[in-house]
Design a protein around this ligand. Structure first.
Ligand code: FES
Length: 101
């Protein structure tokens, strides 16, 4: 299903990005272009991102140690460091979404 119509980004592409290391909306913006134009996709993209992150965490928690591929990288771009505000917002969002479930 298309999440970002402007950039033609699907939920599958977001899940793949998360499996390759995307953790934040800025990662999706940097690598896939999500929210770069009209921004209407932001809320839905965030939902898919958080859902994919939870699935990834559960998969890694139950998978044998050898299933991890630490050498995989998000993309060729070097991402900027996360600021304290972004880190706090991400932690707050994760806590909110885990209590809502
Ligand atoms: S729908 Fe994603 S930027 Fe417009």
């Amino acid at each position: 299903m298309y999440i970002c119509v402007c950039k033609g980004v699907t939920d599958s592409a977001i899940r793949e990005a998360v499996n390759n290391g995307a953790e934040r909306m800025r990662d999706l913006k940097s690598c896939l272009g999500v929210t770069e134009q009209c921004g209407v996709c932001a809320c839905h993209a965030k939902e898919v991102l958080e859902q994919a992150r939870r699935q990834k965490t559960q998969t890694h928690a139950s998978a044998p140690e050898t299933a991890c591929e630490p050498s995989r990288v998000l993309c060729v771009k070097q991402l900027p460091e996360e600021t304290n505000d972004e880190r706090e917002y991400r932690n707050y969002s994760m806590a909110e979404s885990s209590t809502a479930a």
